[in-house]
Design a binder for this molecule. Structure first.
Ligand SMILES: NC(=O)c1ccc[n+]([C@@H]2O[C@H](COP(=O)([O-])OP(=O)(O)OC[C@H]3O[C@@H](n4cnc5c(N)ncnc54)[C@H](OP(=O)(O)O)[C@@H]3O)[C@@H](O)[C@H]2O)c1
Length: 215
């Protein structure tokens, strides 16, 4: 699959590397061409270019810039992103005296803001729950169980593209409903990251009822 990446930082490197290893045609797009070239070389991507180049290249386009910058960037690229699957991995979180808080009104989400600003793009929320280091694992597997990657999507075709992005790097897609539920993925990240920062282990907090031993 052709994948464009908006951004040249940690997530662009980790996911760009994973998708390149999986055989996808990845183009790293950045506002700084030296950095885009360096990141592309680091991960063995097929190419690098401007943010516009990345938006035009991808059947799928990963938004890997700060959450505060993402709506403006996607607005600027809206025409180029039309008809493409736009994968939003951003986390709109900010430290406050009360702990890590969402930086958007909890009734909405960055993903919905992106969808509103680029209505012809097919926005998906995914890949935001795990730290960048997890995406560098080949594959991300824990205790022989592939990592589950929750995602929210409105468009069936974009859901299919997202499932390919997830399964091709050895993970298991976990459909979590439409984009109206992306706010929950963003809030979950705020809660989980806040727990990690205070020494907690969110992974241990979500056993399913099916795991309760029978007497
Ligand atoms: N790090 C994690 O563990 C993690 C995990 C899950 C999700 N996320 C989310 O993924 C996104 C990227 O995180 P990251 O760790 O990759 O960040 P990062 O390493 O700081 O990289 C951010 C990238 O965004 C670019 N950028 C910043 N402002 C921009 C703008 N206005 N227009 C275009 N490009 C801009 C930067 O370009 P320059 O180099 O030119 O400044 C850089 O390439 C964030 O939204 C974050 O919340 C991160």
């Amino acid at each position: 699959m052709r994948i464009g990446i908006l951004g040249t930082g940690g997530m662009a490197t980790a996911l760009g590397g994973a998708w390149t290893t999986a055989g996808h045609d990845v183009l790293i797009g950045g506002r700084d061409q030296e950095r885009a070239e360096r990141t592309a070389a680091l991960v063995g991507a097929a190419g690098h270019g401007s943010l516009t180049d990345a938006a035009r290249h991808g059947e799928a386009v990963l938004v890997a810039v700060p959450a505060t910058q993402a709506p403006h960037l996607v607005d600027h690229l809206a025409a180029d992103l039309a008809g493409r699957t736009v994968v939003d991995c951003t986390n709109p979180i900010t430290p406050t005296g009360e702990g890590l808080m969402l930086a958007v009104d909890g009734a909405t989400s960055v993903a919905r803001q992106l969808a509103a600003t680029a209505p012809d793009a097919h926005v998906v929320k995914a890949f935001n729950l795990c730290h960048v280091s997890i995406w560098t694992l080949r594959p991300p597997t824990f205790e022989d169980v592939p990592l589950a990657v929750p995602y929210c999507a409105d468009h069936p075709a974009a859901a299919t593209v997202t499932e390919t992005l997830i399964s091709s790097i050895g993970c298991t897609p976990a459909a979590c409903g439409g984009l109206a539920r992306a706010a929950y993925l963003e809030a979950t990240a705020a809660l989980a990251i806040g727990l990690w920062w205070t020494g907690g282990q969110p992974r241990a907090a979500f056993p399913s009822p099916g795991e309760v031993p029978h007497p």
